[in-house]
Ligand binder design. Structure first.
Ligand SMILES: CC(C)=CCC/C(C)=C/CC/C(C)=C/CC/C(C)=C/COP(=O)(O)OP(=O)(O)O
Ligand SMILES: O=P(O)(O)OC[C@@H](O)CO
Ligand SMILES: [Mg+2]
Length: 246
């Protein structure tokens, strides 16, 4: 069975600490055409906030994954399709690489390993909360990023590599370098996607794009445009690959 994320082009990340635009619902979010929902955020997260959003989203037909930012907010909920657990490859403090994970496994018994997956983050926007929170070393060249991606896949068996520019549109050269470095692993890109063109641009250099702030700031119509950009980029890439092998 192939992993579900290999079919995703577009992911919407919902921050339970932030509101939707007034008048919009989680049903509207699911109707944008996005392929999956990731529920998570770094600041001020609580179990209650997480639970409210997961319950509201799970009623609809889009897969829902929790992306916990620390072991204390993991929700035990059968409605979740699974857990996407970050590990930050360029964090200075090993707590964010394996330490939090060790604590989680120590505290919880009976983790559902079938539904538990990891994402190998490379955090590249120095001004993001996630960079500050994990003390990420964001000073990385395209070659460094490619090498991290390869280490993640080949040495640590990671199935998902995540180039994270949370809050700002990233350097396409670095994203492309990560993409080229991977054989089988899926590359997620997130950060600063805000319209059709920015989604199309990053979707050309990754397997799936993640849209976060836009949902809370602009709403579902703006998100729908990014879904279209990501899907069109994927269709164009597939057509090009088809033409090459014909
Ligand atoms: C072991 C368990 C269960 C958890 C630990 C998980 C780890 C290592 C988390 C590290 C931080 C991380 C990569 C969190 C993922 C979520 C994320 C990047 C959210 C983006 O943060 P925002 O709160 O939107 O921050 P900005 O303000 O920068 O946009
Ligand atoms: O909020 P934005 O900038 O869209 O970033 C998306 C996501 O990668 C954050 O973890
Ligand atoms: Mg954010």
């Amino acid at each position: 069975m192939t992993a579900p994320w290999t079919d995703w082009d577009h992911i919407t990340k919902i921050d339970p600490d932030k509101d939707l635009v007034e008048g919009e619902t989680f049903e509207d979010v699911c109707a944008t055409g996005t392929d999956a929902l990731e529920i998570g955020g770094t600041l001020d997260m609580t179990e209650e906030k997480m639970e409210r959003v997961i319950d509201a989203c799970a009623k609809h037909d889009v897969p829902v994954y929790q992306e916990p930012s620390n072991p204390g907010v993991v929700i035990d909920d059968d409605a979740l399709d699974g857990y996407l657990i970050p590990t930050v490859f360029n964090a200075k403090d090993s707590f964010w690489v394996t330490g939090a994970h060790k604590e989680w496994v120590r505290i919880e018994d009976g983790l559902d390993w079938e539904r538990t997956h990891t994402e190998a983050y490379i955090v590249l926007n120095p001004d993001s909360s996630v960079a500050e929170y994990t003390e990420a070393d964001t000073d990385q060249t395209a070659e460094d990023v490619a090498s991290f991606a390869r280490v993640a896949e080949k040495m640590f068996g990671q199935k998902i590599v995540y180039v994270e520019y949370s809050g700002t549109y990233g350097d396409t050269e670095k994203v492309a370098a990560a993409h080229d470095a991977l054989d089988e692993a899926t590359l997620f890109y997130g950060g600063g996607i805000h319209d059709y063109d920015s989604a199309y641009g990053m979707a050309t250099h990754s397997d799936a794009v993640v849209v976060g702030n836009l949902l809370h700031d602009e709403g579902v119509d703006a998100v729908r445009e990014t879904v279209e950009g990501a899907k069109d980029a994927k269709a164009d890439r597939d057509a090009e690959a088809g033409a090459r092998t014909a």
